[in-house]
Write a new protein. Structure first.
Length: 529
């Protein structure tokens, strides 16, 4: 590539209206410019530096990156990452809380009953006390750092609200914590009350194509969660257990984990999941407070794992029984090693299932990926014992999305095919907009709430090493389906999201930019080729 075209690339991918902060060793926050931010990343007086881009009205996304300094203790780095995130997003955090509570209150949630609050408080107390008793143990020090990040998020939020004179936006810690704990909360509510907030959530596909290996995920949830943020953390922990230095993921303002659960992790790896639901009320007996919730365990596993088995082992430790998933752990390194002889490939993808009292972890490279050319996940257990316990009326090979992936996945030859399948909603397939790879349940007859598939994320063997990813925000408009608009749901008082979701795909490259439109990418391709 010529020098001129390199300059064109950087110009096309330039971001405007970015905001930068630095955080010093005394936890003082200062707004800075881009040039200073690049310098301060290497200044030992600075604990962390952050950048934030609000691109909601152009792409449907906001983008955050935070880089911490390895000179400082891990808990301080984590605390600083959380604090800077809230300084950028305190208004969006409040909006996210109001939007998400509005959605679940319409389903019967009216606040935390005492027994639910007691469970959460006892669980938090147990985690804090156990971490304190085990100071110096790398595992528990990492748990402690994760809790410090949450604490920093809340402290930063409170400080930012007061500095802006926006006390009307102030949340209590209990309210704030629900943004991180929400999906754990669903199971706790099911244990103690009759409130059921569970929804089928997510479609996943890993596909071998003529161009390479693509891995994708589309989130299903209530559209009250359409306030979106893409986070990139450059973490420089000193804990010997930590192997991940960069992690990037889709998320919600104020949520410490992804909740979508699509993480790109160092060394060409992706961690993602689709949620497993239960038709068996007996499973809630497994929940116990002397445990770690999902959001803590997934952060520890993502930062500390070395291979798929170690991820499962770490994630299973101190299980709470809340937010049960079929995790897909992809190692693109093993694909790159074996791509010229895939019949011998191993450990490209593991399926790691957690379901209340049961677990299952196995390499499905030769069971699924190689013989059929793809692995799909769609909220149904693969392990038969887990399937039996769930009492789900469909199985891994009878679910409607099994049929849809079997019909369309083999025909995927290139990236455009892949994008089309992951956003597919063809009413002629199932006669139901809700039964699709990218559901539009808001269009189903007699639907009382807007929910369905509201994004898509795709990376590949060629992009994953640089944490590059394609994103799209909003419910699908495939097959001429009209864009989703909040005007059709006037009883929802939604804050800060776009009114209409009709966005294009965007390409994210953390080393050069946060986003570039498809038209810019196509323009670049014409210049280059």
């Amino acid at each position: 590539m010529s020098c001129f075209l390199q300059i064109v690339l950087l110009c096309l991918l330039a971001i405007v209206n970015a905001k930068y902060y630095s955080l010093d060793a005394h936890f003082n926050v200062q707004e800075i410019n881009e040039e200073i931010a690049d310098i301060l990343k290497f200044d030992d007086r600075i604990l962390a530096v952050s950048q934030f881009v609000d691109d909601r009205n152009t792409t449907g996304w906001t983008y955050l990156t935070v880089t911490s300094n390895k000179k400082y203790a891990d808990w301080a780095q984590a605390y600083g990452i959380g604090l800077l995130e809230s300084f950028h997003t305190y208004e969006l955090i409040y909006a996210s809380f109001k939007n998400r509570m509005d959605g679940i209150e319409k389903k019967g949630f009216s606040g935390l009953p005492q027994n639910v609050s007691d469970f959460i408080n006892n669980q938090t107390k147990w985690a804090l006390e156990t971490a304190f008793k085990n100071r110096g143990d790398p595992y528990w020090d990492l748990v402690n750092a994760t809790i410090a990040q949450l604490t920093g998020m809340y402290d930063g939020y409170v400080i930012a609200v007061h500095q802006a004179g926006r006390e009307d936006l102030l949340l209590t810690f209990e309210q704030f914590y629900l943004l991180t704990y929400e999906v754990d909360l669903y199971d706790v509510l099911s244990k103690f009350t009759d409130v059921d907030l569970h929804l089928p959530s997510c479609s996943f596909l890993l596909k071998l194509t003529d161009e390479g290996l693509y891995g994708s995920h589309t989130t299903w949830a209530g559209y009250n969660m359409l306030l979106r943020i893409y986070k990139i953390f450059n973490i420089n922990f000193n804990n010997p257990l930590v192997h991940t230095k960069r992690i990037s993921f889709t998320s919600q303002p104020g949520s410490l984990p992804s909740i979508d659960d699509y993480y790109i992790v160092d060394n060409n790896r992706v961690v993602t999941e689709t949620t497993l639901l239960s038709e068996n009320p007996e499973v809630y007996q497994f929940l116990h407070y002397d445990s770690l919730p999902y959001w803590l365990r997934v952060n520890v596993a993502n930062l500390a794992f070395t291979d798929q088995k170690s991820w499962a082992d770490l994630y299973y430790k101190y299980r709470s029984g809340t937010y049960n998933n079929q995790w897909l752990i992809i190692d693109f390194n093993n694909y790159n090693v074996a791509k010229n002889n895939l019949s011998q490939a191993q450990n490209i993808i593991w399926m790691v299932e957690e379901f209340y009292g049961l677990t299952s972890a196995q390499d499905v490279t030769q069971q699924l990926l190689i013989p059929q050319g793809y692995v799909a996940s769609y909220n149904v257990p693969y392990n038969q014992t887990i399937q039996n316990l769930s009492q789900d009326t469909t199985s891994y090979t009878t679910d409607p999305r099994y049929t849809l992936f079997k019909k369309y996945a083999p025909g995927i030859k290139n990236f455009e095919d892949f994008k089309n399948v992951m956003r597919m909603n063809n009413i002629s397939d199932t006669q139901d907009y809700c039964q699709a790879i990218a559901s539009r349940c808001d269009l189903s007859p007699n639907q009382t709430e807007p929910w369905g598939a509201f994004d898509c994320k795709i990376t590949s063997d060629k992009w994953v090493s640089d944490h590059q990813i394609w994103l799209i925000s909003g419910p699908t408009t495939s097959e001429n389906i009209p864009p989703f608009t909040w005007d059709d749901w006037p009883n929802y008082n939604i804050l800060e999201t776009p009114k209409v979701f009709n966005f294009d795909w965007v390409f994210v490259d953390p080393d050069r930019n946060f986003s570039a439109s498809t038209s810019e990418i196509l323009t670049l391709q014409k210049l280059l080729y």
